[in-house]
Ligand binder design. Structure first.
Ligand code: KIV
Ligand code: NA
Length: 265
């Protein structure tokens, strides 16, 4: 199978083909979504919430991200695998940002990194790119800044924040990022940014005019059933499927129905 590259993503935008991206944190699920034809697999730091049960994305470590990423890379044959740089591994020092990114690339075999922010992290982005590592930006609701925002509600509704987001998007493109995630911003702003940039935008809660869409896999499969923001479309109800399967398994054991004659040696 032919591997998706950052160049192919650019070509997809150029010809108006939308880009499909999902998160994965482990081998088994990554293998399924890659087989289904997903374009980009994001090893998101949302693993901190979804896999580890933390309230925010801040606690997850670089070593933990590399463990998740290496597991995903072993499964994926076609998709581009992008890994989030976790909180505290790229801000402030571009040297540390490059060192963190090199660790991700060498130890997991992933194809690029993603980081949150615009002008604040320009030096880090440039230094990572100087090593030939593809970088994806992430603007709007950037969950690593949750204690600055105070809430997970939609960002850039006000003129000043929208202007900064637009300028940051342009800056990320000028730096050489191959794409940018736009999280939870007004659809009109996402449309304006997507039309102004040459590089692809990938939206989550950013309306239909981004050049691609991303969701957390466990959210769209209905595993995280308490989480129901407006932007989330559920494509399955795995919470119910799993609960029913496990209940049946328990019932069968208690009833001495499992294992049966055919299921023993
Ligand atoms: O960590 C994550 O899952 C993400 C996506 C929601 C874009 O950054
Ligand atoms: Na993330």
């Amino acid at each position: 199978i032919k591997r998706i590259t950052t160049h192919q993503l650019q070509e997809m935008k150029n010809r108006g083909e939308k880009i499909a991206m999902l998160t994965a944190y482990d081998y088994s699920m990554a293998k399924i979504i890659d087989g289904a034809g997903i374009d980009i697999v994001l090893v998101g730091d949302s693993a901190s919430n979804v896999m580890a049960g933390y309230e925010t994305t801040l606690p997850i470590t670089l070593d933990q991200m590399i463990y998740h990423a290496a597991s995903v890379v072993r499964a994926v044959k076609r998709a581009l695998v992008i890994v989030d740089l976790p909180f505290g591994t790229y801000q402030g020092s571009s040297v540390e940002a490059l060192r963190s990114s090199i660790r991700i690339m060498k130890e997991s075999g992933a194809h690029g990194v993603k980081l949150e922010g615009g002008s604040e992290v320009k030096d880090s982005i440039e230094r990572i790119l100087s090593a030939g590592i593809p970088v994806m930006g992430h603007l709007g609701l950037t969950p690593q800044s949750i204690y600055k925002f105070g809430t997970y509600t939609v960002r850039a509704k006000e003129e000043a924040e929208a202007k900064k987001l637009f300028d940051d998007a342009k800056l990320l493109q000028e730096c050489g990022c191959f794409g940018v995630v736009l999280e939870k911003i007004p659809a009109a702003l996402a449309k304006q940014v997507s039309q102004s940039l040459v590089i692809p935008t990938i939206g989550i809660g950013a309306g239909p005019d981004a050049d691609g869409q991303v969701l957390v896999m466990q959210d769209m499969l209905g595993i995280t059933k308490e989480f129901k923001p407006r932007f989330l479309r559920r494509y399955a109800d795995l919470h119910t499927v799993i609960t029913d399967a496990v209940a049946k398994y328990i019932t069968d054991i208690k009833a001495k129905d499992f294992p049966n004659e055919d299921e023993k040696y």
